[in-house]
Write a protein that binds this ligand. Structure first.
Ligand code: FAD
Length: 392
């Protein structure tokens, strides 16, 4: 595991932080290179620069030392989003970091205080905690992951506490001071946390300003997102938007699916068999340990709307493979329609949850029923068996 920056010995495991940073650079470099090769093999010309619309069929691109004008029949806006910076914080890239600056920072923080306990916040808590930093987490509500299944959030909280993460619940960060040796985060309930570094994980804002969208006639909503229809068209038919800037679901998988749908529509391929993206059926994962993943309808959502559902659940403690792997943490939960048996959603907490959720995602997307899952003869021993058991 030397290439990963990890080494184990009889006295335990150690992390070589510089080797780990180098490895991150290598992996992202290889990915970038293969995408560039794929684009050029398809005859795509890449213009490196900052683009703004100059009109409904014209882009002006600021390239090093010059400006290039591109005329287009169709355009796709996929400028993404950037971290939201609250007015009380001033990230400096050294001690007060945004999520973009923390992956990975030049030095491993001795004590990191993370502001924000959504998906991104808890992933950073887990990452730095695993690397050996002391971690504190400011949780504005009474539990982490406010938009996830409370049972899932409780399982994660238990794990965070077991790992020694200090949780400051019901507190909102209101100011950050830089001190000689680090930072102090002040909360609105009077508590404060002194640490070596602070990380802001309080959401994102769309990159739609400074794009000259108004010159192309493209409208944005009150939050700056670019509204789109099911073909990913904006209010201007030949201009499309995809990814975070569209304000749908901030996931890479969704961004690339939207890009594909936009391309199909531009090429006229949508007239063939075509399905619109169902954002309610997009699977997502949280890369903590254990992993967390979910798809489709959530129990709380069904409860809030009064929808009748059947909820079935098994712990990984009942899975032969989980016991063999010596990791019986977590559970699989399946939601189905009690009248028809159609699988509506599911959550998994446990080892490889991000992979296993694909089985439930396929069932939800294809409208499969509980017996389809139960009667699939899966590999034994495998973690996936827990999905069939949970569905029963
Ligand atoms: C810390 C973190 C972890 C995440 N982890 C996951 C994960 O595990 N799984 C997952 O599915 N999603 C994850 N996401 C979300 C995911 O990164 C985004 O949903 C995805 O990158 C959105 O893709 P995009 O193409 O819309 O935007 P981006 O990937 O942000 O790409 C936008 C690009 O447009 C460029 N750009 C902006 N303005 C201009 C301009 N005027 N001219 C030219 N170029 C411009 C930007 O420089 C950027 O390169 C994570 C996000 C964060 C912040």
């Amino acid at each position: 595991m030397g290439g990963l920056g990890l080494s184990s010995s009889a006295s335990g495991s150690t992390v070589d932080y510089e080797a780990l940073r180098a490895r991150i650079g290598q992996v992202t470099g290889r990915l970038r290179c293969s995408v560039e090769q794929l684009l050029s093999s398809q005859g795509v010309r890449t213009v490196l620069g900052e683009a703004t619309f100059a009109g409904p069929h014209e882009l002006s691109v600021k390239v090093p030392g010059d400006r290039e004008v591109l005329h287009f029949d169709a355009a796709v806006v996929c400028t993404g989003s950037r971290p939201r910076i609250p007015e009380w914080a001033a990230p400096d890239g050294e001690r007060v970091l945004t999520t973009r600056q923390a992956y990975p920072p030049p030095q491993l923080p001795e004590h990191l205080v993370v502001v924000g306990s959504g998906v991104t916040g808890v992933e950073f808590v887990h990452m730095f905690g695993s690397l050996g930093s002391q971690v504190s987490l400011i949780v504005s509500r009474q539990h982490v992951l406010p938009h996830k299944d409370p049972e899932v959030a409780a399982a994660l909280e238990e794990e965070l506490l077991r790992r020694g993460v200090a949780l400051y619940k019901g507190a909102r960060a209101a100011a950050i001071d830089r001190t000689g040796t680090g930072v102090v985060v002040h909360c609105d309930d009077g508590r404060s946390v002194a640490a070596s570094h602070a990380l802001l994980a309080v959401g994102s804002v769309p990159n739609s300003d400074h794009l000259g969208l108004e010159l192309a006639g493209v409208k944005v909503d009150n939050w700056g997102y670019v509204p789109i229809n099911h073909h990913c068209q904006t209010n201007i038919g030949h201009i499309y938007a995809a990814g975070d800037v569209s304000g749908k679901l901030p996931l890479s998988s969704v961004a690339s699916m939207q890009g594909r749908k936009a391309a199909e529509h531009i090429m006229g391929l949508h007239t063939r068999e075509h399905r619109h993206i169902d954002y309610d059926k997009a699977a997502s994962a949280i890369f903590t340990e254990p992993e967390i993943a979910d798809v489709g309808l959530a129990e709380a959502e069904a409860f809030a709307t009064g929808r009748k559902i059947r909820v079935t659940k098994v712990p990984f403690g009942a899975s032969a493979r989980a016991l063999i792997n010596d990791d019986p943490r977590g559970f699989v939960k399946i939601l189905s329609d009690p009248a028809t048996g159609v699988v509506l959603g599911g959550s998994i907490v446990g080892d490889r949850a991000s992979e296993l959720i694909s089985v439930i995602a396929l069932a939800v997307t294809a409208g499969l029923k509980v017996p389809d899952l139960v009667e699939s003869c899966l590999v034994h021993p495998s973690l996936a068996e827990a999905i069939a058991d949970a569905a029963e």
